[in-house]
Ligand binder design. Structure first.
Ligand code: SAM
Ligand code: DTB
Ligand code: SF4
Length: 342
């Protein structure tokens, strides 16, 4: 097999998680072309490679269950073309205020009881104010007190915000690059790529784990999907610990509501390429599962996905119900992750 295809496939056997260890050496960083070459592999070859990398670092039968909660819904001033929560599009969504501690505690308890180990809180802000961050820090403490991992996605962070969230016990901050640098402007006009990178640097700087991925099916080309994955894999000082790969959920009223369907196998390829280029990351089969067949989801797991959103709702759109997911995992002989780590 040509080594130009997978600069990172051979060299490192990593035993511990640390940014220093998971940072690929400068010479081995992924070019867009090397990632695009992975996308071009015969499907069976790509899956074999992704499975091999996955098995080096993870139990392939284990999946993380993460529950999402929209703690502040709608009314967002950004114009992300895929998002039902933007004020720029009429999606019929009712905007709400930040949820209180008691309601979040109850949701976290329900998620834990259903078997989730990670609880992700999303807020439709462009950038939270200082007092918003203080309030979310309280929610983070509440979630941690229930014995769950805590993740938050609140938009762009300012000075000191990541530290406040870290001190409250936040495990991960989710902030996606979403698409390739040269496609981003076609989807969002109210911020640029560098804004996203700046927030990611603040998160890293505070020592909070980075959850960063993107959306596919927005109308980007395969090369642009490769460019997104290369950006993620080359993030410095290390690729993200957690990489959500979302499939566009087409929401009526958004500019992307009528976007033609992506070939499901192309989605599986994206998961496989993310797994190969970011061997130690938790690759998250994220939004879009409700419209996905069980067979495609099974292929995603075989390609190295090892985390899903679990619970009937994502932020504002649907997700498979808990019973259906339990049945699917059982049919596949997969088990939920119970302990923290990895
Ligand atoms: N406002 C914050 C932000 O944009 O970072 C946090 C919440 S935002 C809803 C979190 C992520 O959800 C986005 O980065 C995007 O990847 C994903 N998302 C939003 N709408 C989506 C859709 N219709 N389909 C798939 N993913 C979506
Ligand atoms: C991520 O990458 N996907 C999640 C989570 N991070 C916050 C959000 C998906 C949102 C899908 C559309 C909705 O339900 O509003
Ligand atoms: Fe706002 Fe986030 Fe939706 Fe963009 S993706 S409109 S920033 S809530």
């Amino acid at each position: 097999m040509s080594s130009t295809l997978t600069p990172e496939f051979q060299p490192v056997r990593l035993v511990a998680r640390s940014p220093a260890l998971s940072t690929p050496p400068a010479a081995a960083r992924w070019s867009v072309q090397a990632v695009a070459d992975l996308f071009e592999l015969p499907f069976a070859e790509l899956l074999y490679r992704a499975q091999s990398v996955h098995r080096e670092h993870f139990d392939p039968t284990e999946v993380e269950l993460a529950t999402l909660l929209s703690v502040k819904t709608g009314g967002c001033p950004e114009d992300c073309g895929y998002c039902p929560q933007s004020v720029h599009f009429d999606t019929g969504l009712e905007a709400g205020k930040l949820m209180g501690v008691d309601a979040v505690r109850e949701a976290a308890q329900r998620a834990k009881q259903a078997g989730a180990t990670r609880f992700c809180m999303g807020a439709a802000w462009r950038a939270p104010k200082d007092r918003d961050v203080q309030a979310v820090a309280e929610l983070v403490r509440t979630v941690k007190a229930e014995g769950l991992e805590a993740c938050a996605t609140l938009g762009m962070l300012g000075e000191g915000h990541a530290e406040t969230l870290r001190d409250a016990g936040l495990d991960y901050y989710n902030h996606n690059l979403d698409s390739a640098p040269d496609f981003y402007g076609e989807i969002i006009s109210t911020r640029d790529y560098q804004d996203r990178l700046d927030t990611l640097a603040r998160v890293r700087g505070a020592g909070v784990k980075v959850c960063c991925g993107g959306i596919v099916g927005l109308g980007e080309s395969r090369l642009q999907r490769a460019a997104l994955v290369a950006e993620l894999a080359n993030l410095t000082p290390a690729y993200p610990e957690s990489v959500p790969i979302n499939h566009l959920v087409k929401v009526p009223g958004t500019p992307l509501a009528e976007q033609p369907d992506l070939d499901p196998l192309e989605f599986v390829r994206t998961i496989a390429v993310a797994r190969i280029t970011m061997p130690l990351a938790r690759v998250r089969l994220s939004a879009g599962r409700q419209a996905m067949s069980d067979a495609v989801q099974a292929l995603c797991f075989a390609a190295g996905a090892n985390s899903i959103f679990y619970g009937e709702k994502l932020l504002t759109t649907g997700n498979p119900d808990v019973d259906a997911d339990r049945a699917l995992l059982q049919r596949l002989g997969m088990k939920p992750r119970h302990s923290f780590g990895a």
